[in-house]
Design a protein around this ligand. Structure first.
Ligand code: ADP
Ligand code: MG
Length: 383
């Protein structure tokens, strides 16, 4: 059943509209976004789709086709950050958090009926959560005539996830979902949210970017992300900068020499070098040389594995196997500890790489990975 038809079955009338927002995969620039740094994500063809109608009585009803259980009823006036929701309805905090964040920002959102369905794999590092938030924010922005910009919607969606759901994510995921353009990667400066669409037409170069979902569920909520974040902040303080993005790559050796804590030194080395890798990647894409991006991906992976220490055996196996089978380069993407990797590969090597990764996973006793091409797709839109 279509999302609109399911909405009508649930709520008894056709929706006022249907919106879609994509998941994303980050090409390069990992754990840089909370250091005011650079990132380079692209939107996926996978989307969260929402059928939505306004209400004026303060009632918020949300339903997901992808979760067991019925419609969740909430009252917009009593939405409370971090308040536990009844068993099995915790997911509703994502759309509810967006309503809360909009109302906190002074927007008169007086209630809504929402039905969602998503093709973004959850917990795979592909931002199913941001897709859910951004589709909700865009729908309410359109229906209530709020006039928010795309970056404005992304920031509100991030606030919903940080403050209402309680996940300390950066703003990259929401910006990618809200602002991406088909056929492009989004070069985003997370300090001021300025961005540029970078042409990313791999097919024209005979290349493909594969996403390999390891099926290992990452959990950003756990302490590791917060610990890396705190370590980066400690590094910035020790170096006397507001954020690590202010440390130029050429000054990295000096900066490292001034840090006493071993883990902080590793985190700083990762962030400063990955920020630089984003700049080098952009330069290569601008000069029409995407093939040369491959080694930067693999270098980035080594940095995430050895310095930030956020990889896992499955992600390392993808990178090692894909490169051995002739890929141009590969890296984990997203928060790590599971989730997905990206692999840059020439079209004629795709089959060999896919087979090699599948066989290596089987041999290691890992669950079969999900592998699909990352086609740079459009950002959030009304359907
Ligand atoms: P990621 O964003 O990497 O997929 P997160 O842990 O940030 O992983 O977000 C996943 C959570 O988002 C799920 O546990 C669920 O609560 C919510 N979610 C995502 N997609 C849906 C959906 N289609 N229906 C209901 N909840 C969803
Ligand atoms: Mg997420």
């Amino acid at each position: 059943m279509s999302v609109a038809a399911e909405f009508e079955r649930l709520y008894g009338a056709a929706p006022e509209g249907v919106w879609a927002a994509p998941g994303r995969v980050n090409l390069i620039g990992e754990y840089t976004d909370f250091n005011d740094g650079f990132v380079l994500p692209l939107a996926l063809p996978h989307t969260a789709v929402a059928a939505v109608s306004r209400r004026d009585d303060g009632l918020l009803r949300v339903h997901s086709a992808d979760v067991e259980g019925g419609v969740v009823w909430l009252d917009v006036a009593t939405l409370e950050p971090l308040a536990p929701l009844p068993d099995g309805t915790g997911w509703a905090a994502y759309p509810a958090g967006v309503v809360w964040a909009l109302r906190e920002a002074g927007h008169a959102v007086t209630g809504a009926d929402i039905h969602l369905a998503s093709t973004v794999p959850t917990g795979a590092g592909l931002s199913s959560s941001a897709a859910l938030e951004v589709v909700t924010a865009l729908a309410l922005n359109d229906l209530f005539g709020l006039g928010l910009s795309r970056p404005g919607l992304a920031v509100l969606a991030q606030r919903a996830e940080n403050a209402f759901v309680g996940v300390p994510c950066g703003v990259m995921d929401q910006m990618a979902s809200a602002c991406a353009v088909e056929g492009h990667a989004l070069f985003l400066d997370t300090r001021d949210l300025s961005y540029r669409q970078v042409p990313f037409d791999l097919a024209a170069r005979g290349l493909r970017l594969l996403v390999v979902d390891t099926r290992v569920k990452h959990a950003l909520g756990d302490g590791a992300y917060a610990e890396r974040r705190a370590g980066c902040e400690a590094g910035a303080r020790a170096l006397g900068v507001r954020a690590l993005r202010e440390v130029p790559y050429v000054q990295l050796p000096d900066a490292l020499a001034r840090l006493s804590e071993e883990s902080v030194r590793r985190y700083v080395r990762h962030v400063v070098s990955d920020n630089y890798r984003v700049e080098r990647t952009i330069a290569l894409l601008d000069s029409g040389d995407p093939t040369a991006v491959g080694p930067l991906l693999t270098e980035g992976h080594a940095s995430l594995r050895d310095d930030l220490r956020v990889s896992c055996p499955e992600l390392d196996l993808v990178v090692e196997t894909a490169n051995a089978a002739g890929a141009l380069g590969a890296r984990m993407t997203g928060g790590g500890f599971g989730g997905s990797a990206v692999v840059l590969v020439a079209e004629e090597r795709v089959d060999a790489v896919v087979t090699a990764v599948e066989e290596a996973f089987a041999k290691a006793g890992f669950a079969a990975p999900g592998i699909f091409p990352a086609v740079p797709s459009a950002g959030a839109r009304r359907e």
